[in-house]
Design a protein around this ligand. Structure first.
Ligand code: AQP
Length: 328
């Protein structure tokens, strides 16, 4: 069994990235301890929108340290930079030659993000091709992602099937793996929008690196409603339901159990408990992160990850080039 996923270093990681993605990586690491894991820093995806080069370099290292601080075990998981394994971009071009323009135009993330800027980078449009390459290069069986990435994963499956049909069986068809609770954590200031690391207002998200005083402030000022009743209803009570989801996910309880626990609490008591469980989650992560961020060990882990990933990627791209006829 092979498990593959990545996060793009377009900013610092949020609680949404943790609950929707990293927590799934950790679950799978426990559940399938004999599997091979490839968890990368999707740095090439980060330049689909403008980003300062120093900031990108800083984000890359921070995400690598955060993966390990959150509990990814470098002995079980290959952690590496996407840009250091050149086969990702080679296979991405093959995917561009497999997908159709209409398919890419239908991608919701592209449609959303293109509205934020007058000039749209071509790579924002072809992002799903690179994502398909990231996954298919390793013959992934399972891809843990949040629900905002489901459409890209579905396209990946379509492209793999199309390529296999045109050139003979080459790629495995990957399955997505979504958390039952928290596959889409919402913004704290506008709970009908996803919590995102590139959102302008820092009040809308919680960063894994946020100090606990600002976490408290953000939770206390999170948008809810005024009816003072605690129950889950994403339509009527999106803000409160989002906080219930965060609590349920971090405490490994169901939404029902969480609703029951806070049935008779005031909003203030409930928010206090949400803050406490976030603080309990973040404290050990932040401590471990500090010991890793400037360490040589981090580079050694990334070097080893690159070596292991390259072994598989080199063989795969050779097979693909051969099948397509890129040879003499
Ligand atoms: N709010 C979220 N709730 C649950 N899961 C989430 N993910 C992201 N936000 C949430 C999941 O995290 C993984 C890595 O995402 P990514 O950074 O590669 O891309 P993204 O989905 O575009 O993340 P952001 O934070 O929203 O980044 P920006 O602001 O740059 O667009 C994915 O599995 C994703 O589903």
């Amino acid at each position: 069994m092979r498990i593959v996923s990545g996060i793009k270093p377009s900013g610092q990681l949020t609680l949404g990235n943790y609950i929707g993605a990293i927590k799934q990586f950790l679950d799978l690491q426990e559940k399938f301890s004999n599997s091979s894991f490839f968890i990368f820093i999707a740095d090439l995806h980060a330049i689909t929108i403008p980003i300062n080069s120093h900031e990108l370099e800083k984000n890359i290292r921070e995400i690598a340290a955060t993966y390990i601080a959150c509990g990814l075990d470098p002995l079980k998981v290959n952690i590496f930079l996407q840009s250091e394994v050149k086969e990702h971009t080679q296979l991405s071009y093959i995917m561009e030659s497999t997908s159709h323009i209409g398919e890419l135009e239908r991608m919701i993330q592209y449609k959303d993000k293109k509205n934020y800027s007058e000039t749209i980078r071509t790579s924002l449009f072809t992002y799903p091709n690179l994502m398909a390459a990231d996954i298919l290069l390793y013959d992934a069986d399972i891809v843990p992602v949040g629900s905002d990435q489901s459409q890209h994963l579905e396209l990946t499956r379509t492209l793999a099937k199309r390529f296999n049909h045109n050139y003979g069986k080459t790629f495995k068809i990957p399955e997505g793996y979504k958390s039952k609770i928290g596959s889409k954590i919402m913004s704290l200031t506008d709970p009908i929008k996803k919590m995102a690391k590139t959102e302008k207002s820092s009040k809308s998200y919680i960063l894994l690196s946020d100090d606990l005083t600002s976490v408290k402030k953000k939770i206390y000022s999170a948008v809810t409603d005024n009816d003072n009743e605690i129950y889950f209803d994403e339509k009527k009570k999106p803000g409160l339901s989002n906080l219930l989801t965060i609590y349920a996910s971090l405490s490994n309880n169901s939404i029902k159990e969480t609703e029951k626990k806070f049935k008779n609490s005031s909003y203030k008591e409930f928010k206090d408990s949400v803050y406490k469980i976030i603080a309990e989650t973040l404290e050990p992560i932040q401590k471990k992160y500090k010991s890793l961020i400037n360490s040589k060990k981090l580079d050694e882990i990334l070097d080893k990850g690159k070596k292991e990933a390259s072994k598989i990627a080199e063989l795969k791209i050779l097979d693909v080039y051969n099948k397509v006829g890129l040879k003499r």
